[in-house]
Design a protein around this ligand. Structure first.
Ligand code: COA
Ligand code: MG
Length: 319
């Protein structure tokens, strides 16, 4: 069965222990709000932060936004409580759980089993989704297996800072591709891991999401970074600061011209098929079944973007 498209152009990471930020998040134009229990929350705040996640998930005001939270990774003493405490209280309100630093498909399978048990106990009919974050050399090596490890998976996320550290890349920050300091040659180092993860995600029918750009006072760098992952097939990018959302939404929303061209392609191809032909020229370029699939995705994303804006009452962001 085809899953309805979840718009994931912008994913705002919000430290769950920061009350003010959590409140503010629901007024911002992010497609996904991701309440973080992992790296932005200090160890002695983890328990308090779980309660904050439960409260925030159950609060009103989410409108069309995707409700997500990130657990700690499966090698920590926190992950199981992050799952059980939050899902048992707020399971019915939750869309998706982000699992960080996934090294092995068994981690996703274990979480899948636990969620199934909790869903049965809670009588949930809607299955909770998962996103796996690929941010280690081991995870990247096994990304193809991870991508097909559970039907709950909806997206893979590239974790740039941890990935860079795990392979020993010299780095001054967590911004990665797009950084002014990251000279052209050095920027090439991101091509392989970004493409490898995107290929695994798309082969499994999942969305591919890019890491955040750490320097939130550098919109040009952010735009360069978005353009790079967009060109490689990514569907969206994480944000760590509200000021990043408009740039991200703009880059990951198909332009009016793209949408109009895509609609012309679909219509021309349908007319060609009715004549028994499999290829046709549109605007001087060849169109066949492959171009139609691409065009259909563009139209779907644009429609979801429009629906989201209406639903959430968000301020328009170029669609
Ligand atoms: N979510 C929601 N609100 C946020 C936010 C976020 N991620 N980051 C900042 N804000 C809010 C601030 O609370 C402030 O609100 P106000 O205008 O109501 O006072 C406003 O946006 C402007 O923030 P600013 O003063 O420019 O930044 P800051 O110094 O408060 O915070 C960071 C800067 C980097 C510490 C903060 O953005 C942050 O913690 N980001 C998330 C980090 C994270 O999630 N890391 C893990 C994922 S990799
Ligand atoms: Mg990380």
């Amino acid at each position: 069965m085809e899953r309805p498209i979840r718009l994931r152009r912008s994913i705002l990471s919000v430290p769950a222990n920061r009350e003010k930020m959590v409140r503010k998040a629901l007024s911002l134009s992010a497609d996904v709000i991701m309440l973080d229990l992992e790296d932005s929350v200090p160890v002695d705040e983890k328990e308090k932060a779980r309660h904050a996640v439960v409260e925030a998930l159950m609060a009103s005001g989410w409108k069309g936004r995707v409700r997500a939270y990130r657990i700690n990774d499966m090698s920590t003493p926190f992950a199981y409580r992050d799952l059980v405490d939050v899902v048992e209280e707020a399971g019915p309100w939750l869309d998706v759980i982000v699992v960080p630093k996934v090294n092995d498909p068994a981690e996703i399978k274990a979480i899948d089993y636990w969620l199934t048990q909790m869903e049965m106990r809670l009588g949930l009919t809607k299955k909770i989704g998962l996103e796996a974050s690929i941010e280690t050399a081991q995870g990247m090596l096994r990304v193809g297996e991870i991508a097909v490890s559970s039907p709950r998976l909806e997206a893979l996320v590239f974790g740039i800072a941890d990935y860079g550290a795990s392979v020993g890349m010299p780095s001054g920050g967590i911004s990665g591709h797009g950084d002014a300091e990251d000279q052209e040659a050095a920027r090439l180092r991101w091509l392989f891991p970004l493409s490898r993860m995107a290929m695994a995600a798309k082969a499994a029918g999942l969305a591919a999401l890019d890491a955040p750009f750490g320097d939130f006072r550098d919109p040009q760098g952010l735009a360069r970074s978005c353009a790079m992952s967009r060109a490689l097939g990514y569907d969206g990018k994480w944000a760590i600061h509200p000021d990043q959302l408009d740039v991200i939404n703009q880059v990951f929303t198909p332009s009016d011209d793209d949408v109009a061209r895509s609609r012309r392609i679909v219509a021309a191809y349908e007319a060609a098929r009715a004549r028994g032909e499999g290829s046709v020229a549109v605007d001087g370029k060849m169109v066949d079944a492959a171009s139609v699939r691409l065009a259909q995705v563009t139209v779907k994303v644009a429609e979801a973007a429009r629906r989201n804006r209406n639903l959430a009452g968000l301020k328009p962001s170029q669609s």
